[in-house]
Design a protein around this ligand. Structure first.
Ligand code: RI2
Length: 306
């Protein structure tokens, strides 16, 4: 697969889910680099490929962190550079995969036997917690939201069903109606900013509000790669707005002359509504986002410029 094909798969959401996107892009960049022949143009070609991958989906910061992890490559000869890219990429992929398991192990401790959970969209990190709790013998059931417009709730439904976890599938607008039956909300993250704000699938902030109102703990599952160093340097997170056709079929929309569709893929949940973030390095309050960025991502400002 070439870089254009890889980028297209991310853009059209054939590959989706923040963590999976990052791992897929890092793998694509590594494989591309290993096949570059041109000696004098090596750095230019790699940086062009990295930009192409980064330009696919703007919100999830793990894509950015993954690509930048690899772009720290060093070496004088092309072979040295290839070696360095391969080892950084493999290290990133291994860390991402291990993080998912560690999040499951840490997060499952917060789930009480007999709990009813709610999750939104399809997050591998949130599901790692839920599946680990179930595999440890805890009796749980899960409310799964449909997650319009892309209906990733169907993927979650299948994953939970494959595990044998009792699941109730609900439309997004039924969240507040059922919140009284829920003991804990567990969602994933596309990005967490330096001040502890969560950016996740559209609808997450409404769930957080409903949970807050009902005094239901709201837990976020996020690897350290989901924290945004860019926000520490003042950048705002750009929220991807996707095509109208994901929400309304063209034939329906074409009937109207004064209607447009707005389709943001993500929304923001302020830290006041978040009880805990489960990372691979521990369960932390959202206020500690700054510390995670400094200690575990630790990028210098220059790395984001130019
Ligand atoms: P993991 C997804 O985005 C959802 O917003 C999900 O909560 C988030 O990525 C994190 O998923 P999309 O790619 O990294 O479906 O935990 O737009 O798998």
């Amino acid at each position: 697969m070439n870089i254009d094909e890889a980028a297209e798969k991310i853009k059209n959401m054939e590959i989706r889910g923040a963590a999976k996107i990052a791992v897929f892009a890092v793998r694509a960049l590594r494989d591309f680099a290993l096949n570059v022949e041109a000696e004098d143009e090596f750095d230019t070609l790699i940086s062009r490929a990295a930009t192409k991958l980064l330009d696919t989906r703007p919100t999830a910061v793990s894509l950015y962190n993954g690509i930048h992890y690899v772009m720290k490559y060093s070496g004088i000869t092309v072979n040295e550079k290839k070696e360095s890219i391969k080892s950084l990429a493999d290290e990133f992929i291994e860390r991402a995969e291990r993080a998912n398991e560690q999040i499951g192990r840490i997060g499952e401790k917060r789930i009480k036997n007999g709990s009813t959970l709610m999750t939104h969209c399809n997050s591998s990190a949130a599901l790692s917690i839920i599946k680990t709790a179930f595999r440890k013998g805890k009796k749980i059931e899960v409310y799964v939201t449909e997650s319009r417009p892309r209906k990733q709730g169907l993927i979650t439904l299948k994953e939970l069903d494959d595990e044998g976890i009792p699941t109730k599938f609900i439309v997004d607008s039924a969240v507040r109606y059922f919140m009284k039956d829920v003991d804990m909300v567990v969602v994933g993250a596309d990005t967490i900013t330096a001040n502890g704000t969560l950016i996740n699938k559209i609808g997450t902030s409404q769930i957080a509000l409903a949970a807050h109102e009902a005094r239901v703990p709201f837990i976020v599952a996020a690897e350290t790669f989901k924290f945004s160093p860019k926000t520490l340097h003042g950048e705002l997170v750009s929220i991807e707005e996707r095509e109208a056709s994901e929400v309304l079929e063209d034939e329906v929309l074409d009937k109207y002359s004064h209607v447009t569709v707005r389709n943001p893929a993500f929304d923001t949940t302020p830290r006041e509504y978040i009880d805990l973030i489960i990372t691979e390095v521990g369960a932390i309050p959202p206020e500690m986002a700054y510390v995670i960025i400094r200690e575990y991502l630790g990028y210098a400002l220059e790395e984001f410029e130019g």
